[in-house]
Design a protein. Structure first.
Length: 89
């Protein structure tokens, strides 16, 4: 089985909700998710974010839903770390 351990995401979101709420929503997608969020750019209506998500097995569908559910848009996946795990583990 292949598991996703780390993602670097480029996200565009409106100013509201704030970045803390978005980071919490992403972290809530899994029991052990760690989220590091950096505001890269701001304009009158939006914020461009770099978001690093780490965990034992990331669920990209749930993460996408959390982002879009708060009005954000996933622009790109800039980095991915995956690991092969034997099926008997």
């Amino acid at each position: 089985m292949i598991t996703v351990k780390r993602l670097a995401l480029d996200i565009l979101k409106p100013h509201h909700p704030d970045v803390l709420e978005l980071a919490r929503a992403i972290a809530a997608c899994g029991p052990d998710y760690r989220v590091l969020l950096t505001v890269v750019e701001m304009d009158d209506k939006t914020e461009t974010l770099e978001v690093i998500v780490e965990g034992a097995s990331l669920d990209m569908d749930r993460i996408r839903e959390a982002i879009s559910g708060l009005g954000g848009s996933l622009h790109s996946i800039d980095e991915v770390e995956v690991q092969a795990v034997p099926d008997d583990e």
